[in-house]
Design a protein around this ligand. Structure first.
Ligand SMILES: [Zn+2]
Length: 428
C-alpha cells in the first residue's frame, strides 16, 4: 500500500479501456466499465474488503471495524466519457481504497482504533454520457432518483441500464446504512490550483446548474426542391438556439455563466432531407443563482423568437437543476488543518462540475477535495495530474480517512453519539 504500489495500481487500472491517445473509454455499463469493476473487485478482496453491489450497481468495499456503528463512505467513480481521461473519477476511487486499506492495516496493528466503519464506493454512471442523468448511482443512493426510473433509462441505441447489467451479477438488494459522512477526492478539471501553485483544493461549494432537454420540431421535406419560405428546418432552428445559448454568456460578467450544447440527435439525419426534429441537451452553470435564473429567463425569450424566425416549435424541459450548495464548514476546517499539518499548500475553491459529492452533500456531512489538473484539461485523453500531486492527494486523503475513522467528522457530541446520521434528518 505504499506510494510506488499506488502508481503501479493506477497504471494497471488505466490500462483497462485504454485508448491510443493515452486516455480511457469506459462508458457506464459497457464491457470496459464491467472489466474495470471486476479489476476493482479483486483489488478489494485482496485487501480484505467485503464487496457488495446495490440496486443500481454502485460498487462498495466494506471494512467493518465496529458492527452496528455508522459507515463513513469514501470514493468516486470508475466510468469515463468517450475518449475520456485516466484521472477523472478513477483517481479518487483508488485513493479512497488505498486510504481505507491503510486504516485497516493500522487497525490490525493496533496503532489506531476506528470507532466507525469504512466503506469505499465506485458510483455507477457518474459521467452520464451513455445514460442520462449524470451522477445516476449517487442520485439513486440519496433517493433523488427512483431506482426503477434509473434502471429503465435507455441509451441512444435503446439499451436500458438494467439490460446493460444483464447477468453481470453487479446489482443486488444490498443497501449501505446508516451513513455518517462522505468524502471524495477528484482532479480539479480547471486551472485555479495550477495557477496559484497549490496542491490541494478545499471545495467549499458547487456552482448552480440547470440542464435542459430541448426538442426542436420542424417538418421533413426535400433539401433541394422545397422552396426556402416553405421550409420548417429543425436543424436550422437548433443551430440558432445553439449559437444563442453560447452568446448568452456575453450578457453577464466574464466567468459568471458557462453554457453549452454538446449532444444532438437529428432526424432523419439524411443528406437529402430537411430535418424534421432535433433533440439536444443544453447546460447552464453559474456561481450566482440570480445570474442563472436571469439566464434561464433570457433563454426562454430567445427560444420564442427563434421558433418564429425558423418556423419551428421549440420545447425545453428542465431535467436537472441544483442550486448553489455549500459543503460542511466543519469539514473545511478539518481538511485545512490536515493540509497545514502535512505542509501541503491548499486553497478554497468551488466546483463547477457536478460530482457524486454534490448529491451526497445534500443529505450527509460531505467533504470534497481537489488535486491539480495539468493545464485544466479534462474529459479529454490528454487529462493529466503529476505523480507528485497525485501522491500528495493520497497522503492528504489517507490522513483524512484516518481522522474520519476515529469519528472526527462529523464531530461527535459529548455523549459520544452522532448529532444525526444525516443532514436530511437533522434538517427535519
Ligand atoms: Zn468525475
Amino acid at each position: 500500500l505504499n506510494d510506488t504500489q499506488f502508481l503501479a495500481d493506477f497504471a494497471a487500472m488505466s490500462a483497462i479501456g485504454a485508448t491510443s491517445g493515452g486516455g480511457v473509454e469506459r462508458e457506464a455499463g459497457t464491457a470496459s466499465d464491467h472489466a474495470v469493476r471486476r479489476w476493482f473487485d479483486s483489488w478489494l478482496r485482496k485487501h480484505g474488503f467485503r464487496r457488495e453491489y446495490d440496486g443500481i450497481g454502485n460498487q462498495f468495499g466494506l471494512l467493518e471495524f465496529e458492527p452496528g456503528a455508522p459507515w463513513v463512505l469514501v470514493g468516486s467513480h470508475l466510468d469515463s466519457q468517450p475518449l475520456g481521461g485516466r484521472f477523472d473519477g478513477a483517481y479518487g476511487v483508488l485513493v479512497a481504497a488505498y486510504a481505507a486499506a491503510r486504516v485497516a492495516v493500522e487497525a490490525r496493528a493496533g496503532t489506531i482504533r476506528p470507532t466507525v466503519n469504512l466503506a469505499v464506493v465506485n458510483w455507477f454512471n457518474e459521467e452520464g454520457s451513455r445514460f442520462t442523468p449524470s451522477m445516476m448511482g449517487s442520485a439513486v443512493f440519496t433517493g433523488k432518483l427512483a431506482l426503477n426510473t434509473a434502471l429503465a433509462t435507455e441509451d441512444l441505441a435503446g439499451v436500458s441500464v438494467a439490460a446493460s447489467f444483464a447477468d453481470s451479477g453487479m446489482t443486488s438488494d444490498f443497501s449501505l446504512t446508516p451513513v455518517a459522512a462522505y468524502a471524495e477526492i477528484h482532479i480539479e478539471q480547471g486551472r485555479l490550483l495550477e495557477d496559484q501553485q497549490r496542491t490541494i483544493g478545499l471545495v467549499d461549494g458547487t456552482w448552480a446548474a440547470s440542464k435542459y432537454q430541448v426538442t426542436v420540431t420542424g417538418e421533413q421535406s426535400h433539401t433541394g426542391s422545397t422552396v426556402m419560405r416553405d421550409r420548417r428546418d429543425a436543424l436550422y432552428g437548433a443551430s440558432l438556439l445553439i449559437a444563442a445559448a453560447h452568446d448568452l454568456t456575453d450578457f453577464y460578467p466574464e466567468g459568471s455563466l458557462h453554457s453549452s450544447v454538446s449532444q444532438l440527435t437529428v432526424l432523419p439525419n439524411s443528406p437529402v432531407v430537411v430535418a424534421r426534429e432535433v433533440s439536444m441537451n443544453l447546460d447552464l452553470r453559474s456561481p450566482d443563482e440570480r445570474i442563472l435564473s436571469k439566464a434561464m429567463n433570457r433563454l426562454d425569450e430567445f427560444s420564442r423568437s427563434i421558433s418564429e424566425q425558423a418556423n419551428v416549435r421549440i420545447e425545453h424541459r428542465l431535467t436537472h437543476h441544483w442550486g448553489l450548495l455549500s459543503y460542511d464548514p466543519e469539514g473545511s476546517r478539518l481538511t485545512r488543518s490536515i493540509a497545514d499539518d502535512l505542509g501541503l499548500p491548499s486553497m478554497v475553491v468551488k466546483t463547477v462540475a457536478g460530482h457524486d459529492s454534490t448529491n451526497m452533500n445534500s443529505l450527509f456531512p460531505t467533504i470534497m477535495l481537489f488535486v491539480p489538473s495539468v493545464d485544466g484539461v479534462s474529459h479529454n485523453e490528454r487529462e493529466h495530474t503529476l505523480d507528485e500531486d497525485s501522491l500528495s492527494g493520497l497522503t492528504m486523503f489517507s490522513e483524512l480517512c484516518r481522522r474520519m475513522s476515529r469519528g472526527e467528522f462529523p464531530a461527535r457530541s459529548s455523549d459520544g453519539g452522532y448529532p444525526a446520521t444525516g443532514r436530511g434528518q437533522r434538517r427535519g
